[in-house]
Every structure is written in structure tokens, then in C-alpha cells.
Design a protein around this ligand. Structure first.
Ligand SMILES: [Zn+2]
Length: 589
């Protein structure tokens, strides 16, 4: 993970005021000490989304989303922590020194490539909208039913028909080197020649909105019809999705993603009102692409051709989905059409109808297996073989509950008995245990290990720096279950009261669920009052002790003190502990 200089990050955090950052996406109203608005992460009519400016946290009491300003950007734009930091740094003009990975591009090299691409995108757009050559293409867009508004939203452009125009413009701006590395221009026997000549241009933006690559389509009958920027340090087609940046907010809002194949499909589907659409850039879907999407939503619907080849492709996609920890659904576009032409010919409703009838890929797989002779009449060897194949595929289902549900569904659907169930389960277990979901499971077990009290004590250290010395006095850090939380509380309490706990510590060392729970605490008015805050702290400590200290521990402590010859201390300790225990017993929790 990229490291950032702590002071730079703190500078960024001060400048990137959470109310301002959130406020560009959510209409916020002041309500007491917090600001409230409609949550951008789930659909709601009454606001349950709060921001506490002073403490620097947001939290939604409807869907549980929460965290720091970095978490907000991560979730909204589907970024990792370092990406969110960089995105905010750019927006607020904070310079973060670029780290240099060994074997990777030199510092500044990636930036030069992005700059060249971004200049080119603006250049292509200018040619499309502001020149006579562009005017001729407007008719083409119209013939494909693409409105000007949509074309602008996707940043469409036109590469000049004449070679050298873009190269010269890039050269004048000192962007040629970056353009060569990004594959926009190549040296052709000494002369510079553009990759894209006389093509309709589709900028491919990464999740942060930077132009990572281009696709270009001919406007005549030349071949190849489409060409794309080559792979580069800033672009890999297996790890990018066309339209992701444009769709990112809709993905979260709709909690659904529609994956189509081509540029025009994505544009048409988006224009028809399904803004939550991305295109797979002409490759078959990859695990990386699906992981990228799953940052926004777990409900992914992929579109396939309605013919036999499409059915086969959907079955191959199932394994990719399962590999990314998703179940995945499929829609099948009637033969001879694609999402673009389907919407043009039959309207958005017919596409919506298809979406409504989308099928779980894994269900389809079971049905396919059933078709392959797996009926009650089929010979026993056939049935066992099919059970084996199903088990091998279900092996990839990471979630235990989902797995069990799918096994029983399969058994029911195919009228299978306990013998086949055994085979399915054995197959699923073979070849090393079923793959664990990446990230999610790890975060969960960490959360379970750390009790509410441990997290609460950390919350107090963050929200009430003045109580840090008190935490060190009364909180039994040694009995924390969660190592990470214990270390964080210790480090937080070692900070001077004037210093906030760095958000980087939270983003890098806590799970998302832990950060969400912390953010809920940060909305509490209880902590405004020092007496109340102390009371809450005492409650946490008591709850922690209740969990950790058995009567035997108490007795052991007392004996220890007696043996040390300090009778008074022993009595005191025993009394203290009795009081503590009473407090615990009175505690309804
Ligand atoms: Zn929400």
C-alpha cells in the first residue's frame, strides 16, 4: 500500500473539509451539531445520513455506511484508500510525493501519461464539437440515436483525419513523451504518427475519472472497426471497465451493475435511463473487473447473446463471477440484436423487461446440467457425474450460507438424494478448501473478535482527546481481544491532546465495519459533555472487565496483593473489584 507523509495527509484532511466534500454530493442541512441529508449510498426519503464536521466523520443510520472523508470518497468513487487520498489531493491542490515502486514507472511518468491523455481527450472533443469535420460526425451520432447530452457525458470526441495534428499540439505542450508512453503517438521512422486517425473517440476513464486510455471507431468501412490504446503503466484492459467513472454514483444508488460488451451498448443503455452500466472493453469479463465493480455493488448483471454461443459464454462467466466472490446474473439479448440495437428497435421497456427476468448464473448452470441427462431416468453414473460437476463449480462459492442454499436448491431441483449431496459436498471440499472471500471474511472475524467495548474505548480516544490520560489509567489494555484495537488505543493515547488520531491509522488498520461503527459513535451528542463522556468511558471499561475478568482472576489479584504484603492495597483492590462487579451486575447488558 502506498505510504504518504503523515504531515501531508493531515494537511489534506484539514483542507478537504468533510462537510464541503460531502456537500458536493449531498444537500446537507444543519441539525444541531451535525449536518443531515439524504444518504447517497441507499435510497431514502427522510434523511438518516449525518456528518459531524468537528470530529470529521459521516454516518448513515439507515444503511450503516460511515467513516472519514477518505471513506466517503472511497465508497462514492469506488477507490482504495491511496486512490482516495490522491483524488482529494488533486482536488485540493495538496502535493503528495509520488512513491516509486521498483520496476514500475518512474515518478511523474504516470502523471505525464495521464496529462497527455487528458489533453488529447479535450482536443478530440474540440474537433468533434467546434470544427467542420466534427459537424459531419454529428449526423452519424444522430443515426445511432445518441443525444448531444449523452455524447458530452461520455466525453466523446473525434480524432483528426490528418496525421500529425495531435502530435504537434502535444509537442508544443511538452506532452509528447507522455503521449508516446501512453500509446497515443508512436515514432514511425523518425516521424510521429498518431494511433487514432479519423476515428470517433471514446475516452476510457479509470475509477478516479482520469483518462487512462481510448477506444476509437472508424467512421467509414475501414478495418479494424475498433482500435484501443495499448496496455500501459496506467491502463490494463483486464482491470478497467468502460463507463465505470460515469456510472459510479448510479451503481451505488441502484445497488446494481449492468455489464455490456461494447462502447455503444454502454452509452445506449445509460441514455435509456439505466445509468448503472459499464462495458467490459471487448474482453470476456475478468475477476479483476468484477472485483472493481463489487466495490460498488454485489448485484452484477451481465448481458450475453441469446444464442448458443452466448449461453456457453455465460457458463464460462459463472466461474469468473464465483472467483470474484459474486453470484452474478445473466440477461440474454435476443439473437441478432445487442443492447444498443434492442433499445433502439424495441425501446427501453423491453430492456427493462429482460433485466427483470435476469437469471442467477448458478441456477442456469444447474438447469443446464439437468438438461445434460440428469433426470431421474438417467443412468446412475450420469447422475453422479453431474453431481460431481456441480460440486466442482459450487466449490467456488465462498459464502457458507450461499453455498448451503445452492446445494439444497440443486438437490431439490434435480430430485437428488443424500448420496448425490455427499458427492457434491465432497467435490466442493476437494482441491483445497473452498476459496475464502477476499477481504470480507477477514474484516468480519476481526470485528467479531473486537468487542463493542474495545471499539468504544478507541472512539473515546479519538473523539475526546482530553480523556486519553484517563483511558490509560482505567482501561485494561492487556485484556483487549483485538490486538489491532489494543495497539491503536495505546498509540492514540500516547498522542498529545492537541493532536488528532491520524485517519490513515483508521483506514489502514481497521476493517470497514469497524470504521462504520466508529463513525456511529462520532455522531453521538453524549460525547459533547465531559461528564457524560467520562460516564460512557466507564461503561465501556466495565463491560470489558465483565467480559474478561472471572471471579478467579479477581481472587488471584487479591492474593497477589496480600502476598506482596500490602494488606491495605489488597483490601482496596478487593473493594474496588467488588464495586466493579456490582456495576457489572447492574449493567443490563
Ligand atoms: Zn445510507
Amino acid at each position: 500500500m502506498a505510504r504518504f507523509a503523515q504531515d501531508k495527509l493531515e494537511e489534506l484532511r484539514e483542507r478537504a473539509n468533510i462537510v464541503e466534500v460531502v456537500g458536493t454530493h449531498v444537500r446537507l442541512k444543519r441539525a444541531g451539531r451535525n449536518y443531515v441529508g439524504l444518504c447517497p449510498f441507499h435510497n431514502e426519503k427522510t434523511p438518516s445520513f449525518s456528518v459531524n464536521a468537528e470530529r470529521g466523520f459521516f454516518h448513515c443510520f439507515g444503511c450503516g455506511a460511515g467513516g472519514t472523508v477518505f471513506d466517503f470518497v472511497m465508497r462514492l468513487e469506488g477507490l482504495t484508500f491511496p486512490e482516495a487520498v490522491q483524488s482529494l489531493a488533486r482536488r485540493y491542490g495538496v502535493t503528495l510525493p509520488e512513491t516509486h515502486e521498483p520496476g514500475g514507472p518512474a515518478p511523474g511518468e504516470r502523471e505525464a501519461m495521464y496529462r497527455a491523455n487528458e489533453f488529447a481527450a479535450a482536443f478530440f472533443s474540440h474537433v468533434l464539437w467546434k470544427t467542420p469535420a466534427g459537424e459531419a460526425v454529428h449526423g452519424y451520432l444522430k443515426s445511432r440515436a445518441i443525444s448531444d447530452e449523452t455524447a458530452h457525458a461520455f466525453g466523446l470526441g473525434l480524432a483528426p483525419a490528418q496525421a500529425g495534428v495531435l502530435a504537434n499540439a502535444l509537442k508544443r505542450r511538452n506532452l509528447l513523451e507522455g503521449a508516446v508512453k501512453a500509446g497515443l503517438v508512436r515514432s514511425d521512422g523518425g516521424a510521429m504518427r498518431e494511433l487514432f486517425i479519423g476515428r470517433l473517440m471514446f475516452p476510457i476513464r479509470n475509477a478516479q475519472g482520469r483518462v487512462a486510455a481510448f477506444g476509437g471507431r472508424v467512421l467509414d468501412e475501414r478495418l479494424p472497426k475498433y482500435i484501443n490504446s495499448p496496455e500501459s503503466p496506467i491502463y490494463s484492459k483486464a482491470r478497467n471497465l468502460y463507463g465505470l467513472y460515469e456510472a459510479r454514483q448510479a451503481l451505488a444508488r441502484a445497488d446494481r451493475a449492468i455489464v455490456v460488451e461494447g462502447y455503444f451498448d454502454a452509452i445506449a443503455v445509460s441514455q435509456a435511463g439505466f445509468k448503472e452500466v459499464v462495458a467490459s472493453l471487448g474482453t470476456s469479463l475478468t475477476v479483476e473487473q468484477l472485483r472493481l465493480l463489487s466495490r460498488y455493488t454485489r448485484n452484477v448483471i451481465a448481458s450475453f447473446d441469446g444464442d448458443e454461443a452466448g449461453r456457453k459464454a455465460s457458463m464460462r462467466a459463472l466461474e469468473v463471477f464465483l472467483g470474484a466472490g459474486l453470484l452474478g446474473r445473466g440477461v440474454f439479448i435476443p439473437t441478432g440484436l445487442d443492447p444498443d440495437t434492442l433499445i433502439q428497435k424495441r425501446g427501453a421497456e423491453s430492456f427493462d423487461e429482460l433485466l427483470k427476468n435476469s437469471e442467477l448464473l448458478v441456477d442456469m448452470f444447474v438447469t443446464e446440467e439437468a438438461k445434460r441427462g440428469l433426470s431421474l431416468q438417467a443412468p446412475i453414473e450420469e447422475r453422479l457425474k453431474a453431481a460431481q460437476r456441480i460440486g466442482q463449480t459450487l466449490r467456488l462459492v465462498p459464502d457458507e450460507l450461499e453455498f448451503n442454499a445452492l446445494v439444497s436448491k440443486t438437490l431439490n431441483r434435480l430430485a437428488l438424494g443424500p448420496r448425490e449431496e455427499k458427492i457434491i459436498r465432497e467435490q466442493a471440499r476437494s482441491g483445497g478448501a473452498r476459496t475464502k472471500p477476499q477481504g470480507a471474511a477477514e474484516g468480519k472475524s476481526r470485528l467479531e473478535a473486537g468487542t463493542t467495548a474495545e471499539l468504544g474505548i478507541l472512539g473515546v480516544a479519538i473523539i475526546r482527546p482530553d480523556l486519553r490520560p484517563r483511558i490509560l489509567e482505567i482501561a485494561p489494555l492487556e485484556s483487549f481481544d483485538d490486538e489491532q484495537l489494543r495497539a491503536l488505543v495505546a498509540e492514540a493515547c500516547a498522542l498529545p491532546a492537541a493532536e488528532d488520531v491520524p485517519h490513515q491509522w483508521l483506514s489502514e488498520r481497521l476493517s470497514q465495519e469497524q470504521r462504520e461503527r466508529l463513525s456511529a459513535l462520532a455522531m453521538e451528542a453524549t460525547f459533547d459533555d465531559p461528564v457524560n463522556a467520562l460516564k460512557v468511558l466507564n461503561d465501556y471499561v466495565r463491560a470489558l472487565v465483565k467480559h474478561r475478568r472471572t471471579d478467579r482472576d479477581i481472587e488471584a489479584l487479591r492474593r497477589e496483593a496480600v502476598e506482596a504484603g500490602d494488606r491495605d492495597d489488597a483490601t482496596l483492590k478487593a473493594q474496588e473489584l467488588i464495586v466493579l462487579r456490582r456495576g457489572i451486575t447492574n449493567d443490563p447488558a
